[in-house]
Structures are given as C-alpha cells and as structure tokens.
Design a protein around this ligand. Sequence first.
Ligand code: PMP
Length: 389
Amino acid sequence: MKASEIRELLKLLDQPDILSFAGGIPDPTLFPKAEFAEAMAEAMSGPGAGQALQYSVSEGYGPLRQWLSRHMGTLGVPCAAENIVITSGSQQALDYLGKLFITPGDTALVGWPTYLGALGAFNACEPRYARLDPWGNADAATLQAEAEAAGGRVKMAYVSPDFANPTGETLDAAGRMRLLDMAESLGIAVIEDGAYQALRYDGAQVPPMLATDVARCGGIDAARVIYCGSFSKTLAPGLRVGWVCAAKPVIERLVLLKQAADLHSPTLNQIAVDHVARRLFDAHVAGLRTVYGARRDRMLVALAREMPDGVTWTKPEGGMFVWLNLPDGVDAAALLAESLKSERVAFVPGSAFFADGSGRNTLRLSFSCATEAQIDEGMARLARLLRGA
Ligand code: PMP
C-alpha cells in the first residue's frame, strides 16, 4: 500500500480561495437533515431505544433489507430480503468482494480508467489488472490465456455502468449485454457498482446489469452479477450505509466476511436510513436531480464557451463528473501543481484512475458542490491555464 502522489496534492486543496472541482462528494446543503434528526430522535425514544444502541445481526436491519428488496424490484430485479446484505458504504462491499474473489496473481478486469477506491480496495489482494472494454477487441479466450501466463485466472470484472466515476459515462444496453456474454464465457462474477444509479438527469434509464442477468438466468439465485448500492449519493455518506444485492450463496459469504470484520453496520444509522428512505427517497432524489442536473448543464455550457481547441470532454447523463482529454503531452498533475500557484482552481489528474498510471493528459471535474457562478469562474480559470500549458 502506498499513498498516491495525487492524494498528497489534494490535501493542499482545503484552502478557502481555491475553487475546487476535485472532490467527488455530495453537496452537504442538500442532505435531508431535519428528517434524519427526527428519525434519530424517534429511534432513541421509548422502549425501542435499547435496540437502536444494541448489537444487531450481520445481514443488516430487517426492515431496511425489506425496503431494499422492493427498491431493487423497482429497478427490474425481483429479489427477497435474503438477497440483500447491508454494508458500511459500498466501499466495504468492494473490500469484501476483492477478498472473496482474488488470490494474489489472479486477474481483475477493470475499466481504463476506473474508480480509484475500487483499485484501492482490490489492491490489498494483489490482483493483476486487465482492461475491461465491452467494445474492445480482447475476447474471453485471450484474456484467460494472458491471465494464466501471469500465474492466475480471470476472477471478476468490476464495472460502474451508470455515470461512472471518473468519466461520467454510461454503458448502453448493448454494451452491458456484451459484457455479460464475456463474463459467462469466462465463468466469472461481475461486480456492478451502482453508486450513482439514481442520479440520472436526462436520457432513458438503462436497466442494471443485474436485472438483465436475472432475466437471462431465470432468477437472482443463479445470477453472476453482484450489485453494490449506496445511500451515500442520495441520502448522506457520513452514515456509511450501503448494500449488496446478489444470489443468496454470495450474500451468505459476504455475511461471514462482515461478521469477521466488524460484526454489523451501525444499528442506529440503519434504522435512521430505513425511516428516511421510506418517507422521502423518491421525492428527495427528484430534488437532487434538478439541482445537480442544472450544475451539469452549466459546466457543459461553460466548457464549450471557454475551452481551447484540442480539449475534449464527456457529456454525462447523470452523476457528478465530467472527464477531460487534454492535448497529447499535457501533464494534468503538473497542471494541477501550476494551478495551485497561479489560477487556484482544483481538479483530479486522471492518471490516478488508471491501474497502470497512464492517462497523464486526462483530468476529472466534479460539478456536485459548485454554484453556477463558481462553475463559470472555474472553467474560465482552467481554460486560461490550459492556454498557457
Ligand atoms: N463507488 C463509486 C463509483 C464511488 O464513486 C464511491 C464514492 N466516491 C463509492 C463506490 C463508495 O461510496 P460509499 O462507500 O460511500 O457507498
């Protein structure tokens, strides 16, 4: 394990005059604070208060598992509460899934780029990474032969198909199908990261890969897709409540891992999330879509107005991120160091998201926490920096 050079740089960004588009976090002014205060107060009053402060089962709070099984049903995944385990954020699920599938030297298929936290979670298990590209040319037999030559086997594919972190891109239905076909040929699990799934601002919803898999294989308990969900981007990340929806044999193993690691996620937090989700999940998420969608629009307009020739960017239909490709030879890490001295605008250099450290001429911008005025000013500063690069 090592601290990344970029994480060290990002520590410098906490200064008040820096316009930051670096953090991929939800806007704290949008958290349903009053509803959580009420939920916590209710859980802590009366005869049930003891339960809220007590140890609880590793699978998670029963009513929340029930609510989540219905929620997954609305996404096209018919399942039971027994197909759900509550985790401490979806990050914990990624940690457990790395442990469950990877022996050092095995191959994990990941996007190029992919979520930095997934690489961080899997790295502890010492995998070899190979590029996952449903539209690329690597076929299953070649991927397996390369994995065997490296001393292991392909064990899993990790994908964030909706508004991915860091690119903001969505995998269309045909791409999801190709990926499922490839996983079937390889006989591997697909870890579907649905962290941003609910945050779509336009375009038609694409069903989760787990929904397609369940329809194809005849039921969730035969599914190879393991769906990791999170309340972090919809309700509040600080409570650390996420979930996995998968075949029962997978859930049973994850419960064993959880028992060994932390027994269970905080009881009070699960009760509060259950309470708030039942009362306002859909309405609250609709409000988030309006606010974040307007910020996404503003950033795309500002980029089109300000950016010099040779810079291209993604047009996300949801989530929190826009991904920039800079001209060849421009190094985004050097650009960030320069920016901290001159323009005082912050972003994440893209190489952090590549398993091999490539992509030096890419960067990630987040629009989730910026006002429209900050977005206008920030994109003008970034463009000025790039014109000087
Ligand atoms: N997956 C992705 C793609 C993310 O961006 C994040 C958070 N940044 C996570 C998982 C982890 O989120 P949490 O543990 O808060 O659910």
